[in-house]
Design a protein around this ligand. Structure first.
Ligand code: ADP
Ligand code: MG
Length: 689
């Protein structure tokens, strides 16, 4: 028990941590003392910024320093509820504290004692009041901290328990090895890692907290980028099936397509074909705004692959999308005798068995599916091209699983990832640093411009009559809500289920409507989607499940309720569901609330049609967190970087380039080792020099 505390000491050996608390820590991903050091607060209460009682505004979250005048007896209310009040004061004013169900506190609040209290000021008929403020006794010569850290908690862990546990492990900071050499730290004005870690938990002031966060964010991003570049070198060392253009009828294929490719598409095809002709596997990202025609590019790659005698597969994040891709691929490929099969979990078991059998014995050339495609019981005969759609939902791990699946005679499939989320360049290095990139920065000709309007919730009647008019003239409408069902405390945001009921009984009565959300079974979703696509249903009330890829050219109206709740890139994705046919399309952003900042963001949507510009604005406004998707939540959480600001990315860029150019330098041993450890955790082996 009294063994020396090290970074690898299991959390339950830390003073004050029993079995139940250790289990709660484990749920938060903290299993060792070292994990706890890296378990940075999610926020800080700025309790050191003390205001006078008289100057605090109604509703303000603030700190006051008060003296207790008198405390009432604890009063029993109905049921188990009890309450007591304290009258307190500072030089400026008298006020009341109210405590519900905290009878033990009454003893502490004796006349004349002084506290720093943190809570929400309420100014009512009978004066000023705080309900259950957080109290810290003011003791002479013992200054209270300016910032109080707030950690993520899981019961029975409390803030207090985590605070004391962190106190126990803080001395370990002194043994933390440095990742970045001193020369880099000086050049970029960074703190030693030990100091930065300590300051994250116990910041003394705003400036030092900022610097600590910057230090840790930069090393976090650097480690991740170095790891990705290692993965890229690993892929380069693998072998793939090289493909030739000879005797594939490629020229004829392009001539037979229903349209001419845009220049951007032609370029992308050229880059992809060049990759596929190599005997090292392609690892390429095809990035293009919604509607830029990524599927047509992928279809050409699949055609080339099949004509070279290999199988190809395509993965989509949802069954709806997989089903839709199958249709699109059939349109492009079936005239050339290439049949595409669907493999999703919603299929009858016998059908799945048949497709899997065909993939294993080579009688099926092309399969489109969801993750089910990479589960253990699917084997390929000779898959040489794997296309993953909407990559930001797939992590490195899934991608690797798919590649492993395709391995045959020591060769792997070429990999093409498609993403419809335009990602600012500075971020794409982080998110897709292991991929080469082709960009479709041009839309096919003849697209209708989408008009975007912002309206207030109060103007909903106009929106409804507009929808009616559109439908009478042959259009179809999506109505997107931020929630599926109404939750407690959720009176201001629309929920799809109840809004669907409300509209079908009321404002849109008589119009055939469908409801679509993520909690429905795949078969139900496919049915509703099919009905909307065929025109049987003319309005679709949905959640963001329709965000990616859904393609119904007749849809001309996109109404987004509580638009202020969504990120810009997400709004842009949703808007991309319309304007796909030859009719004029209108996107209506309904504001249900929000502040000036959200009004600014919506104005960007109204004024900008280009996805890359929208993404750039989103990054500036909301920070990089939204873009990380899978990588943020699953594989590598950027404890510091996701809150960091955008300028960090550029700064890290120069550091990383330096490190990668001088990998052998002894100065960089530590950070490269850290990157190796990261790769090992994701199962991709060591970085290659
Ligand atoms: P993305 O996946 O990039 O959002 P899609 O591949 O779904 O876009 O293409 C959107 C629509 O544009 C499809 O209906 C497709 O058939 C059509 N399309 C693609 N390329 C062209 C082109 N070069 N000319 C005309 N229409 C095109
Ligand atoms: Mg698409």
């Amino acid at each position: 028990m009294a063994a020396r505390l090290t970074e690898s000491t299991p959390i339950q050996y830390i003073k004050g941590i029993g079995e139940a608390r250790a289990a709660a820590f484990a749920r938060l991903g903290v299993e060792t003392a070292g994990d706890l050091l890296a378990f940075y607060p999610r926020a800080y209460e700025e309790r050191g910024k003390v205001v006078s009682v008289a100057s605090a505004l109604d509703g303000e979250l603030c700190s006051v320093e008060i003296t207790v005048r008198e405390t009432s007896k604890v009063k029993q209310l109905r049921g188990k509820l009890n309450v007591f009040r304290s009258t307190v004061e500072d030089d400026s004013c008298v006020m009341e504290f109210v405590f519900f169900n905290m009878p033990f506190m009454a003893k502490a609040l004796t006349k004349g004692r002084r506290f720093r209290a943190y809570g929400r000021m309420k100014i009512g008929l009978y004066g000023r009041e705080m309900v259950s403020p957080k109290l810290e006794p003011i003791i002479e010569n013992k200054p209270l901290p300016y910032y109080v850290p707030i950690y993520r908690i899981s019961p029975p862990l409390t803030q207090k328990a985590i605070y004391s546990a962190v106190n126990e492990v803080l001395p370990l900071c002194d043994n933390l090895g440095e990742l970045l050499p001193e020369s880099v730290r000086i050049k970029h004005n960074l703190l030693p890692r030990s100091e930065a870690t300590k300051l994250m938990h116990r910041p003394s002031d705003k400036e030092s907290l900022k610097k600590a966060r910057r230090t840790l964010a930069i090393s976090e991003i650097a480690v991740f980028r170095i790891a990705l570049s290692g993965m890229r070198s690993n892929v380069r060392q693998e072998r793939a099936f090289p493909m030739g253009l000879k005797n594939t009828g490629m020229k004829h294929y392009f001539e037979q397509m229903p349209f001419e490719l845009t220049n951007a598409q032609k370029n992308a095809v050229k880059e992809i074909f060049a990759d596929m002709s190599q005997d090292t596997p392609m690892a390429r990202l095809l990035q293009g705004d919604v509607g830029s025609g990524k599927t047509a590019v992928a279809a050409a790659a699949i055609y080339l692959c099949v004509k070279n005698g290999f199988q190809a597969c395509m993965m989509a994040p949802t069954e709806i999308l997989a089903t839709q891709h199958k249709k699109t691929l059939d349109k492009f490929l079936s005239p050339f005798g290439i049949k595409t099969e669907l493999l999703v979990s919603g299929l009858p078991a016998a059908e799945k068995r048949r497709v899997r059998q065909g993939l294993a014995d080579g009688s099926i050339d092309v399969a489109v599916g969801t993750h089910a495609l990479i589960t253990d019981n699917t084997d390929f005969y000779n898959c040489a091209l794997a296309v993953a759609d909407e990559q930001h939902r797939f992590g490195v791990k899934q991608r690797k699983a798919l590649l492993d699946k395709s391995e045959r005679e020591g060769r792997r499939a070429h990999m093409l990832v498609m993403s419809a989320t335009p990602i600012p360049r500075s971020l794409s290095l982080i998110i897709f640093g292991d991929l080469d990139v082709s960009i479709l920065n041009e839309l096919p000709p003849g697209r209708q411009k989408i008009e975007t309007k912002i309206v207030n919730k109060d103007d909903s009647d106009k929106v409804y009559s507009f929808i009616r008019k559109e439908i009478e003239s042959g259009g179809r409408a999506y109505i997107v809500c931020p929630l599926i069902e109404e939750g407690e405390n959720e009176t201001d945001r629309r929920a799809a289920e109840s809004y669907f009921e409300e509209l079908s009984m009321g404002a849109l009565k008589g119009i055939p409507m469908g409801l679509l959300h993520g909690k429905m079974k795949p078969a139900e979703k496919a049915k509703v989607m099919g009905e909307f696509a065929s025109g049987e249903k003319q309005v679709l009330v949905a959640t963001t499940v329709i965000e990616v890829g859904v393609d119904v050219p007749e849809a001309t109206v996109m109404v987004i309720e509580n638009a202020e709740c969504f990120g810009l890139s997400q709004l842009h994705q949703l808007r991309g569901r319309i304007g796909r046919g030859n009719r004029r399309s209108v996107c209506i952003l309904v504001r249900g609330g929000g502040n000036d900042d959200s009004a600014d963001r919506l104005a960007i949507m109204r004024d900008t049609a280009d996805g890359f510009k929208v993404a750039e604005a989103d990054l500036q406004k909301r920070g990089p967190g939204d873009f990380f998707g899978e990588r943020q939540s699953g594989e590598f959480s950027f404890a510091c970087a996701s809150i960091g600001d955008v300028s960090l990315l550029a700064e890290t860029d120069s550091i990383v380039n330096d490190i990668l150019a001088n990998r052998e330098s002894p100065e960089y041993v530590a950070i490269i080792k850290e990157a190796d450890a990261f790769l090992e955790r994701t199962g991709d082996g060591k970085t290659v020099n």
